[in-house]
Design a protein around this ligand. Structure first.
Ligand SMILES: *Cc1c(COP(=O)(O)O)cnc(C)c1O
Length: 301
């Protein structure tokens, strides 16, 4: 791994309440959100091998894609600024009158932003593109969200920290499923549970096949019923849950990814899903900056 971002140690928040007590289980949250104040924990890992490829091919520029609140976009901007690559972000939709905090952060890291219509964006991100094209040797194209075998390989680096906790179950939010695939590669006997945050993400297993090249996969489970209506959708119940776990367990979460995953885990604990003695590790992938798109005062943190 490039040692640009690698945290020496990742903190753990223990979840202990009457439900975990009753179930006789051990629940820990591994705080990759704390790896960097702006950049989501998993995004840095996913970028690792793209960056290595860029360095070894002597490219000058990184090009990638994302929406106005994309954690991936800002992580790429940051990584580019650290390694002295030019960065170009292709942003979905018209240029907003006021830039989101995410886009402002991208610009502050020197990223050049280009806005394209939703239909053009969909067209451009549809194809599985070659990352490095010898015809355009000056640039490396990173697919949206790092969705590529190189992204999964980088995400597998998170397991060095996760495995130290000897989990029987590992829980993680799914966007593109790149992080999930990376974790699954190195999960050994642990069961990996993925919680999609998109409504229509029903092709997770095809995604895993693409990301892992059809290698033998570990045990995995998808909980498809916790997307709260779709990507970045939310309701009162989710926001209340976020405030409650912050007050009870000092655990901040983001409403797009980690809150939905944690909500699912808390529900499943109440339903008796986990057998006595289970050691559950929930992977906090970060994303807290996305909460800035909520109405002020929604959250107590
Ligand atoms: C991007 C992101 C995810 C999803 O990761 P994928 O590899 O796309 O599945 C999860 N959590 C947070 C906080 C993210 O920013």
């Amino acid at each position: 791994m490039l040692h640009l971002f690698e945290p020496g140690e990742v903190n753990v928040t223990e979840i202990r309440d009457s439900a975990t007590e009753k179930a006789g289980i051990d629940v820990k949250v591994l705080r990759f959100d704390e790896a960097h104040p702006v950049i989501s924990g998993n995004k840095l890992y996913k970028l690792n091998y793209f960056l290595e490829t860029a360095v070894s091919n002597g490219v000058r520029r990184l090009v990638t894609f994302g929406g106005a609140y994309s954690n991936h976009l800002v992580a790429t901007a940051f990584a580019g600024s650290q390694l002295q690559f030019e960065t170009v972000g292709i942003v979905r939709g018209e240029k907003p009158r006021f830039l989101s905090p995410t886009l402002l952060a991208c610009e502050s890291y020197g990223m050049k932003l280009t806005y394209v219509s939703r239909s053009e964006y969909a067209e451009r991100t549809k194809a599985r593109m070659p990352v490095f094209d010898p015809v355009f040797p000056e640039q490396l194209v990173i697919p949206e969200g790092g969705y590529h075998p190189l992204g999964a390989e980088g995400a597998a680096g998170m397991m060095d920290h996760i495995n130290l906790l000897r989990p029987t179950h590992i829980c993680v939010a799914i966007g593109t499923a790149t992080t999930f695939a990376g974790i699954l590669r190195k999960a050994g006997d642990a069961t990996v549970i993925g919680v999609p945050v998109l409504k229509n993400l029903t092709d997770t297993h095809n995604r895993l096949f693409y990301l892992d090249g059809g290698k033998k996969m570990g045990k995995n489970i998808i909980w498809n019923e916790y997307h709260f209506g779709g990507y970045a959708k939310r309701n009162e119940e989710l926001i209340e849950f976020m405030n409650r776990i912050y007050m009870q367990h000092h655990l901040p979460s983001d409403f797009v990814y980690t809150a939905k995953m944690l909500y699912a885990v808390f529900e499943k604990i109440k339903q008796g899903f986990f057998t006595k003695g289970s050691r559950i590790v929930c992977v906090h992938t970060g994303g807290l900056q996305g909460n800035q798109s909520l109405p002020p005062g929604s959250l107590v943190f």
